[in-house]
Design a binder for this molecule. Structure first.
Ligand code: GLN
Length: 277
């Protein structure tokens, strides 16, 4: 299903969408006076639509050598912005800082390969699902015959990215010794270095990392552990949920979504459900 070749990943032609990366220090520059509609106001005073992302999760979001954001999520969010008339401005945040930023209202939305979960829905709103993914186990090739399932991970050393569904899954494994990292590439590097036995991470991202050749000797084993759907996260009660969903549906209907999907995954997109849970 995740038939990703690095060449297709790289060859993707530009859709004419450009991404602006705005690095904002946490809490910095956020002292504009609250607008009339109060702290839950969903757009910044300048009228930009501030979208958080953690750009270390290719092929969904990463930074090119010249520092530009790129990836499936970036193209999709730019297309949603163009469709909905939202002036999208990306802000780079650590993954585990995204939900707090949405709650604090310092960003208007987030697109960061974020799985729609019941727990997260208690604190933020999600768009309808825009991508079907799932967790996979990665191991070093030399242990691929010993570790083939979740059961084989009992009492093993596992690296995960902090605050992710992969970290939650690892926490359920009896006796597992878990090391958390700020980003998925760091967790995978730890595995490649031989310091842990496995990584639990989103399958498309692990497969892309292996296909990229940046990490040697790694392999995905077994079945996908979960079926997960990514959603665009917004502050709870945001008026923009409907706006984003309408634009997303238009892009699915007019073929733009499929075009972006093919650019990054070299495959036709699967059908998406109306809701993830
Ligand atoms: N999909 C995973 C989650 O939502 C990982 C997301 C990420 O690291 N960007 O927890």
């Amino acid at each position: 299903m995740f038939n990703i070749s690095r060449s297709s990943f790289i060859k993707g032609f530009a859709l004419g969408l450009s991404a602006t990366l705005v690095l904002t220090a946490c809490g910095g520059g956020g002292s504009e006076p609250a607008s009339e509609s109060g702290p839950a106001a969903s757009e910044s005073p300048e009228g930009t639509f501030r979208v958080a992302t953690e750009p270390a999760f290719p092929p969904f979001e990463s930074q090119s050598e010249s520092g530009e954001l790129e990836g499936f999520d970036i193209d999709l969010m730019e297309a949603i912005g163009a469709e909905a008339g939202l002036d999208v401005e990306f802000e780079s945040l650590p993954f585990d800082g995204i939900i707090p930023a949405l709650q604090a209202g310092t960003v208007d939305a987030a697109i960061s390969a974020m799985t729609i979960t019941a727990e997260r829905e208690e604190t933020v709103d999600f768009s309808q699902p825009y991508f079907k993914a799932g967790l996979a186990i990665a191991v070093r090739e030399d242990s691929a015959s010993e570790i083939t399932s979740l059961d084989d991970l009992q009492n093993k050393k596992i690296a995960v990215q902090i605050g992710t569904t992969g970290a939650d899954k690892a926490a359920e494994i009896p006796g597992a010794e878990i090391t958390t990292f700020d980003s998925a590439p760091l967790a995978l590097q730890e595995l490649s270095n031989g310091n842990v036995d496995a990584v639990i991470n989103d399958a498309p991202v692990t497969l892309d990392a292996i296909a990229s050749g940046n990490l040697s000797g790694l392999e995905v084993v077994g079945e996908l552990l979960t079926e997960e759907f990514y959603g665009i996260a917004l502050p709870s009660g945001s008026d923009n949920v409907d706006t984003v969903n309408e634009a997303l549906n238009t892009l699915i209907e007019n073929g733009t979504y499929a075009e972006i999907y093919r650019k990054w995954f070299d495959a036709d997109p699967p059908e998406l459900p109306e809701s993830a849970l």
